[in-house]
Design a protein around this ligand. Structure first.
Ligand code: XLS
Ligand code: MG
Length: 346
């Protein structure tokens, strides 16, 4: 039986969404934050992830004092529910200030906005008692290559990270790489780029990574390998498990929906490297299908967690001794079939 308690699970308020897409309106009514928090608890999750404006709505219209006051109210609500905040992420892709990028914008006023907002995000994280800041660098890239310089953009990103690291000596920053969307091409597309960028900052050990399965697939990479790469630096600080069918828009499908074999290998990568033993969470960055009715609005989260736990049992019962024997004999044909039959069950 799986020892479920080794892993802590989380999701964000945005993972209970309303079904809108670029071609049509919402298909489910919005739910208030308290409803989402109650569902998170009911489903047996331990933590919640936050964008800065999930924690403090309309953050740009509020003073730093007001932001702190509202963050404290949220902390109390979380404490009362027995739920902790896993991380806070500045939402730097929504404001009219960041149309052409945040830290890498060509406009110095936009770059200043992005840094000020990131520091407010750190204030919130402090109050919510988490040291983890997640950066999905959504608009740090270009629509056309002549618009920016990759070298200058990399330097601007390192300088922005330095400002955050200096502002609070306790925070850790996990970069969530993604190769495209909303930009045509992003500047930090893979975990390799994230790990390398850390070394341009003044405190590389506090800059790590978060692997989202779908983002790795969009980069043409294997999510389990991206995870193990970050873990070989001791820097896999969160995961956003989900699934993705090929190279198209970011689908955020339930974990295991498209490739059970890939999901198995991701769980196995986490398990064999003792992910979670330093308190790292397993987060599901998944969305309901547009066709989902309101009465099933959280099923994708419950199902992703259930699939993870089923695959955890599969990882823990994988016949390693036979696998090692087949590897030594270079009989990958048999190893392949062994993995398939193990997943199918007898
Ligand atoms: C979008 C991202 C986003 C981050 C948090 O593709 O996955 O949801 O996880 O800012
Ligand atoms: Mg994500």
């Amino acid at each position: 039986m799986a020892k479920e308690n080794q892993y802590k699970f989380s999701f964000g308020p945005w993972n209970i969404s309303e079904g809108a897409d670029p071609y049509g309106p919402t298909t489910r009514p919005p739910q208030p934050f308290d409803w989402k928090l109650a569902k998170l608890k009911e489903l047996g999750f331990d933590a919640m992830m936050f964008h800065d404006d999930d924690a403090v709505p309309d953050i740009d219209s509020k003073s730093p004092d007001q932001v702190r006051k509202e963050a404290k109210e949220l902390k109390k609500k979380l404490d009362d529910a027995g739920i902790f905040a896993e991380m806070v992420a500045p939402r730097l892709w929504f404001s009219p200030m960041t149309i052409d990028g945040a830290y890498t914008s060509n406009d110095p006023k936009a770059r200043k906005y992005a840094i000020d907002r990131s520091l407010r995000c750190i204030d919130i994280a402090r109050i919510l008692d988490t040291d983890l800041i997640v950066l999905w660098l959504a608009r740090e890239g270009t629509y056309l290559r002549e618009a920016k310089s990759a070298k200058r953009s990399t330097e601007l990103l390192a300088a922005a990270l330095d400002k955050m690291l200096d502002y609070d000596k306790k925070i850790r920053i996990a970069i969530e790489p993604k190769p495209n969307e909303p930009m045509d091409i992003a500047y930090i597309p893979t975990m390799g780029h994230a790990m390398a960028l850390a070394h341009l900052t003044n405190d590389p050990k506090r800059v790590g990574g978060l692997v989202e399965s779908a983002h790795a697939i969009l980069a043409g990479l294997d999510p389990a390998d991206e995870m193990e790469f970050a873990m070989s630096f001791g820097k896999l600080w969160s995961v956003h498990l989900n699934d993705q069918n090929g190279l198209k828009f970011d689908q955020d499908k339930p974990f295991g929906c498209h490739s059970l074999r890939s999901a198995f290998n991701q769980v196995r990568a986490l398990e064999r490297n003792k992910y979670g033993s330093k308190g790292e969470c397993v987060a599901f960055d998944v969305h309901s299908f547009r066709s989902t009715k309101i009465e099933h609005a959280v099923d994708h989260l419950a199902h992703s967690r259930k699939t993870f736990l089923r695959l955890l049992e599969k990882a823990r019962t994988f016949d390693e001794a036979t696998a090692q024997k087949l590897i030594a004999e270079r009989d990958y044909q048999a190893l392949d079939q062994m993995a398939i039959e193990h997943l199918l069950g007898k």
